[in-house]
Design a binder for this molecule. Sequence first.
Ligand code: FAD
Length: 313
Amino acid sequence: TQKLAAAHEKGQSTFSFEYFPPKTAQGVQNLYDRMDMMHGLGPAFIDVTWGAGGRHSSLTCDMVKTAQAVYGLETCMHLTCTDMERSKIDDALKEAYNAGCTNILALRGDPPREQEKWEQTEGGFRYARDLIKYIKKTYGDHFDIGIAGYPEGPDETTNAEEHIVYLKEKVDAGGTFIVTQMCYDADIFIEWAKKVREAGVPESVPIIPGIMPISTHAAFLRRANWSGCRIPPHWSDALEPIKNDDSAVREVGCDLIVEFCRRLLDSGIMHLHFYTMNLASACKNVLEKLDMIPSAGSPNPELKPLPWRQSLG
Ligand code: FAD
């Protein structure tokens, strides 16, 4: 957050990219190639998701290690406390610490796919708040701790306003930045962010919107429905008639996302977080239209050239 604050104080808005561990070795290699290309776009940090119940956790840890320790990218590791022994949490934190990673997104976690309901493990944590306290107790201030926010409510049992109380608890427990669930409605987001501040979350805790670029119409609908986010009517009006033309959807979708981002930036949001789905072009197109990519003449001075390709042969 210090790095973000330094940029924001100078009036520079920043962005970051989220990746998930691919299922195959070939997928991992392809992703490193994409990360190479996307690193050149100048993200302030990247983050790597954590599989429900710790599935693929060693790959998450490996990717964090590679990105942070080998390539010097500011990396944030997601970590959940659902359906998982404490030793797995301890191991992941130790690996992140040893790799020089100083950012953890502390989450309760989604239930594994085969389970409908979330279950607390024997001796495990109940809420993300408990994981945050544990990280603070074990590592002091070493980690900047991110927390999840939900402009449209976290689930069917808790609405967005109720959850703000718990969000504030997570900040009080040690959360230093908030990353939100995907959202496509700027009015909802801006109103929610205002309420988060009114609830006492200080300006020093950045509120970072999670943004899912649009690739195909089917994927757009599926993800919006899955996360329960509202689709503004003018988005449906623009996308529905062209839904079978993928390239038109990408173009119009890009404009809609750009319009959404501009509204947020105009409202005082300084950082945009992109759910890349491990793909580059949709994010790149949005950032180009927002004019947020450092130009060749003024590259981000913090960027180091990456040796991904050499290392991969
Ligand atoms: P919490 O903040 O603990 O909230 C969980 C539920 O409990 C909510 O309904 C909340 O309102 C309620 N609650 C919280 N505190 C209290 C309290 N004191 N008393 C009563 N009720 C309370 N999942 C993964 O598995 N891997 C990932 O990598 C991952 N990344 C994510 C990234 C982002 C940006 C977001 C927004 C979500 C991500 N998730 C991920 C999903 C997340 O794990 C789920 O949404 C999960 O169900 C809730 O996690 P949380 O950290 O928000 O939980």
